[in-house]
Design a protein around this ligand. Structure first.
Ligand SMILES: NCc1[nH]cc(CCC(=O)O)c1CC(=O)O
Length: 308
């Protein structure tokens, strides 16, 4: 059987993730080849908002899939737009890594004890808005680059603190940097954060069968609910939207919480719903509907219009 070709971005984190998937497939007896693909998000230096945002880390990889240059795309699920792409399908979501956000700062051990008007590095509107909701005084500055670059910019004193996904730090074994996981009550993660999405061509039964054992049902349903919420909000990946889905293993109950925050942090609306995991899409839609009733779409549109 020819080797199954895995496509990935070239960043250190992306390569770790592709290697992890390759190892799992090899352990199941498959021959695997990894192919690196540069995406718009890798070659453009400016803030992500200015290059359009949606799909900047995934579009080229999906094109390679459709062109038969690769057979499996390994995405960070939080970078994968929620709109379906004709001819492709999400075949598996492996067990999710830690799904929270981490505060990294030489000056404070949590958000509330940061110095007055502390300078915080983040390019994420979701993180910015939730931070400003907690602390109107914080000075949010853009930061780009891979994990190492961001940590170096912090260490060089350009910021008082930065916020990163816990999952990326864990995968790259930067455990000693994880001092404070921001509680979910203060900051909800991005849709899909900490999870991988393994995408294939819709009619590729061989890839489907190879990937099926890598799927983790609770993780899959959790992210399905989060993605359904975002899709129904028409929020886009750059809007200040947070979500957290999880399955209680004993009760087999899926709970989804969602927030939408105005870009300046003034307004925050929240909603939640729960139900059986196989109703994930409905649960996501229910939370989106509750958020919409409270004015979510106005907050999202305003955030877009003002570019913050
Ligand atoms: N948008 C960049 C991105 N995409 C996925 C991760 C982290 C790993 C993950 O959430 O799976 C990161 C870095 C970060 O937000 O700190």
């Amino acid at each position: 059987m020819p080797a199954i070709r895995i496509g990935t971005r070239g960043s250190q984190l992306a390569q770790w993730q592709a290697n992890w998937v390759a190892d799992q497939l090899r352990a199941n007896g498959a021959a695997v080849e990894i192919i690196h693909i540069a995406t718009q998000g890798d070659v453009t230096q400016g803030p992500l908002d200015s290059i359009g945002g949606r799909g900047v880390f995934t579009t080229e990889i999906q094109a390679a899939l459709l062109d038969h240059r690769i057979d499996v795309a390994v995405h960070s699920l939080k970078d994968l737009p929620t709109e379906a792409v004709a001819g492709l399908q999400l075949a598996a979501v492996p067990a999710r890594e830690a799904d929270g956000d981490v505060l990294i700062s030489p000056k404070a051990s949590d958000v509330m004890s940061l110095p007055h008007e502390a300078i915080i590095g983040t390019g994420s509107m979701r993180r910015k808005a939730q931070l400003l909701h907690l602390r109107r005084d914080l000075q949010i500055r853009d930061i780009r680059g891979n994990l190492d670059t961001r940590l170096r910019k912090l260490d060089d004193g350009h910021y008082d603190a930065i916020i990163l996904a816990e999952a990326g730090l864990r995968r790259l074994e930067l455990f000693e940097r994880i001092r404070h996981v921001i509680p979910k009550s203060q900051m909800l993660p991005a849709v899909g954060q900490g999870a991988l999405g393994l995408e294939i061509r819709q009619n590729d039964q061989i890839a489907k069968d190879l990937l099926a054992p890598l799927n983790h049902a609770s993780s899959y349903y959790s992210v399905l609910a989060e993605r359904s919420m975002l899709r129904n909000l028409r929020g886009g990946c750059l809007a200040p939207v947070g979500a957290w889905g999880r399955v209680d293993a004993d009760k087999q109950l899926l709970t989804l919480e969602g927030v939408v925050v105005s870009g300046d942090g003034h307004h925050k609306i929240s909603a939640s719903a729960c139900g059986p995991p196989n109703r994930a899409e409905d649960i996501g839609r229910q939370v989106a509907d509750q958020l919409a009733i409270q004015g979510a779409e106005r907050l999202i549109a305003f955030a877009r219009a003002t570019g913050n």
